[in-house]
Write a protein that binds this ligand. Structure first.
Ligand code: HEM
Length: 223
């Protein structure tokens, strides 16, 4: 059973704050986000200017790429384990539109994005039903990227193998992850503008805000 802790707000609107993302979820989110962005930064330098770098510069960049890769992999392992053994909000079931309510939310969100925000944006108690499967795909592609990166680092010549097939795969996976991040941020910003909701700040303080009526409807749909 999900633990929601509705709290009356002090605002004049008839609103409730519902604890949705616990501290571990938020820490893992920002840990993954920051370490991945750092990997993107060092990876882009390798990719674009790798041939022009001296061995010393290559080594100086390789070090943060290596350690940050392991920091990303650690958060990813914890998050993936929690898909199977964590509280309900972490479980893979929260990320796949299985229930009727999740499927309805999924369809409405597709209409919302397809109409570029002209259709109403549905709210959800936990993960957005439409985004959920993309998060699972992200975990999968990120795990593949970590595995390829580790394999490359153990190859003779290591990451100096700039033209090997594995490096090409590492680059394609980098592009897939970068596309996810761009689409994810665009989707969050779009929902923030049209949905008039606080989903982005909820990833910082943990609380989503609903009107009392909206919250009652969402809870009754879940039951
Ligand atoms: C490299 C950058 C980022 C990555 C890799 C990333 C990744 C993810 C992942 C994997 C989830 C699913 C959460 C989980 O179940 O663990 C998620 C959810 C979320 N992220 Fe990000 N994120 C990034 C940047 C951002 C930024 C800049 C924001 C904006 C403030 C943001 C806001 C959110 C929100 C609001 C959710 C929950 C959305 C929902 O399902 O309703 N993310 N993110």
């Amino acid at each position: 059973m999900t633990r929601f802790e509705p709290r009356n707000t002090t605002s004049q609107r008839n609103a409730v704050l519902v604890k949705t993302w616990d501290p571990l979820m938020r820490i893992l989110h920002w840990w993954l986000a920051v370490t991945l962005l750092l990997q993107f930064g060092t990876g882009t330098i390798f990719w674009m200017w790798g041939d022009d770098l001296t061995n010393r510069m290559m080594f100086a960049l390789n070090l943060p790429h290596f350690y940050c890769g392991y920091a990303f992999a650690t958060a990813l392992c914890i998050r993936v384990a929690l898909l199977f053994v964590g509280p309900e909000r972490y479980r893979w079931r929260d990320l796949v539109p299985l229930t009727e309510a999740q499927q309805r939310n999924w369809r409405r969100t597709v209409f919302y994005y397809a109409s570029l925000g002209r259709r109403p944006c549905p709210r959800s108690l936990g993960h957005n039903a439409f985004a959920g499967p993309f998060y699972l795909m992200f975990f999968l592609i990120a795990a593949a990227q970590v595995a390829v990166g580790m394999y490359l680092s153990f190859l003779p010549g290591g990451s100096l193998q700039m033209d090997s097939g594995w490096m090409l795969l590492h680059r394609y996976l980098f592009l897939a992850l970068a596309s996810f991040v761009l689409a994810h941020i665009a989707a969050v910003v779009m929902r923030e503008i049209h949905g008039k909701s606080n989903i982005a700040s909820a990833m910082l303080h943990g609380y989503k805000e609903y009107s009392e009526e909206e919250y009652r409807d969402l809870v009754s749909q879940r039951e």
